[in-house]
Design a protein around this ligand. Structure first.
Ligand SMILES: Nc1ncnc2c1ncn2[C@@H]1O[C@H](COP(=O)(O)OP(=O)(O)OP(=O)(O)O)[C@@H](O)[C@H]1O
Length: 299
């Protein structure tokens, strides 16, 4: 699979703040990557470095297998790393024409890109009349004008209402479905889980995990169990069962975390044979949030 971007041992220090600490990961064509980390973990700094607006302290990054200079490579990149800023008294079309002139690209793509972000109906409205979500969508249309190989977004849904968030996430998925590689930074676990195929988890500039979102969430999972009575016996039986790593009481349910695959039927039979009749049994995959917390707590 073609490599769009390769980052190796990237480091950035601002005085004594180690914003990016020996970070390495690759971006392959066609995937949707999330850089996930809490505020101040170095996401924006990393994006700034690869977009040549922040100087690295050390390490390497190379675009498109190093076949192009960074200047040339960035012509194939669409990025939104700041709040969208357009001329308020100009319409969407007028603003995008201006972007085309500056980037020396023909006007022919404007209509298609406005349709991609569901703004075609509002193409003749002035920018100042747009909602925040519409402004963000116009910024995405603008970043797509040159048909980039990769679209880079920093916190794409920040400040939007739930409807606006939903629209932006859907548009990102549509753009990815058309073959554009995407890299987005987010501090929102559910955003990455909903939108991305791959994730790089960072904290304090250090990579804690990189891989597919599916793999991260597909550890062996957990069971939720309830009994009408005899909770203590249930806990005791669970802790004796090989493959159950831990048990805890969460509200009125017992949560049993697995360290090997166990089916619901297997656990149900075992408990029944030992005199415990469950009133509730559900097998769950851990959410990315649980995985993320496990990862960050371990380090
Ligand atoms: N220009 C700068 N000068 C000094 N310190 C900076 C500068 N830019 C970022 N930092 C520091 O580097 C660290 C990483 O910041 P960065 O903005 O990359 O994190 P982030 O993960 O994008 O967080 P957020 O989501 O809050 O923007 C933080 O401690 C921040 O204060």
């Amino acid at each position: 699979m073609e490599t769009i971007l390769s980052i190796k041992n990237l480091d950035k220090k601002f005085g004594n703040i180690h914003a990016v600490n020996n970070l390495s990961f690759d971006i392959k064509k066609g995937n949707v990557y999330g850089i996930l980390g809490p505020n101040g973990s170095g996401k924006s700094t990393t994006l700034g470095i690869i977009l040549n607006v922040v100087n690295k302290t050390s390490g390497e990054f190379s675009w498109f297998d190093g076949n192009l200079s960074t200047h040339q490579a960035l012509k194939k990149v669409g990025a939104i790393i700041e709040r969208p800023n357009f001329y308020p008294y100009m319409t969407a079309i007028q603003n995008l024409k201006l972007v085309c002139k500056i980037k020396e690209i023909p006007f022919t793509k404007i209509e298609e890109k406005l349709k991609t972000v569901n703004l075609f109906e509002r193409r003749n409205s002035k920018f100042k009349t747009y909602s925040l979500g519409m402004k963000q969508r116009l910024a995405i249309a603008s970043a797509l004008l040159n048909d980039p190989e990769i679209l880079i977004l920093d916190e794409p849904t920040n400040g939007l209402d739930p409807q606006g968030i939903h629209e932006i996430r859907q548009i990102i998925k549509d753009i990815a479905a058309n073959g554009t590689t995407i890299l987005l930074a987010s501090h929102l676990l559910d955003e990455v889980e909903k939108v991305c195929t791959h994730v790089v988890v960072i904290r304090e500039g250090i990579k804690l995990y990189s891989g597919s979102v599916d793999e991260m969430t597909a550890s062996h999972g957990l069971f939720e169990l309830k009994v009408a009575s005899g909770e203590e016996k249930l806990l005791e039986l669970l802790s004796d069962f090989e493959g159950i790593a831990s048990t805890k009481l969460e509200e009125d349910k017992i949560i049993a975390t697995l360290n090997k695959p166990i089916s619901a039927a297997e656990i149900n039979n075992y408990l029944f044979d030992n005199g415990v009749v469950l009133s509730h049994l559900v097998k769950r995959k851990p959410s990315l949030e649980q995985q993320f917390l496990t990862l960050t707590n371990n380090k």
